[in-house]
Write a protein that binds this ligand. Sequence first.
Ligand code: FE
Length: 348
Amino acid sequence: MKLVTKFLLSSMLVAVCAGASAQDKVLNLYSARHYPTDEALYSDFTKATGIKINRVDADDAGILARLKAEGAASPADVILLVDAARLWRAEVDGLFLPIKSKVLEEAIPVNLRATPFDNGGTSWFGLSTRARVVVFDKLKYNKADFDSYEKLADPKFKGQLCIRSGSHPYNLSLFGSMYEHLGPQKIEAWLKGLVDNMARTPKGGDTDQIKAVAAGEYGVAVTNTYYLARLMRSSNQADKAVTEKIGVVFPNQSSWGTHLNIAGGAVAKHAKNPESAVKFLEYLASPSAQNHFANGNNEWPAAKGVSIDNPALKAMSGGSFKSELVPISAVGMNQVKVQQMLDRVGFK
Ligand code: FE
């Protein structure tokens, strides 16, 4: 009986796939990946499969808002977001379809993907990783001054800290993980310490913070690694000069490890082409696409066993570093509490 059911199901699946193949030739991608180098990644997929990528760009929040507003009428098939907590938020809001893929399950480590649903399937998979590190003015400080995130709040660095808005997803995720490590009292005191040490009201992106430190205006900044690697690999002499003036620390190597964020992918809840969407995500987890993330946008691979050759990533990390293993769901859940704390301590 079971065998018959299985056979019927598999022939139905084949039928679905065959019937869908004509309309599957275009895949609607909503992407928060704001990196021009991704273009080649998408065209390689089209070359290999004949499936065209129709891309809509927005930031994480914009994509989530759009998916909600469009509801069942959404043309989105596949979603790429650049922050773990946003992926978690979209999952909780029911915006994704469960993915069943042996390829993705084998390639992506358990801590870099959503917790599986009880009835099988995974909501989203991490596809690349980036660390949130500290850069400092080499003339004023050394690595030991900032070898933990906690030290950024030390009163001796008053007026020295450059950091982008606290409400930006990259910071909310860092703070959400710090909440897990420090607990509710200590994290609020730490955030207050950061505000007290701020060189200026938060403005600009991570690259602006790096440049302010390199200009000798302020002492220390927080950045995602790929922004720094971009400057290190730039052919522009001014960019190179910036990186020569600063030191880099991967914080908390002797405790829980440096905060890691992910960029990841999911299949949209109302995808018209779910099979192609999964195929696209599987392609992004392949060694060649993982190398593209590494070479194009200076991100570390999320897939297991992929080796990359990126001189900037190697130089800044010394080849390898310890990263934290905080559950993404906890980081996501903590964000509401963290945002309330930011308001209380006046972190803009
Ligand atoms: Fe970014």
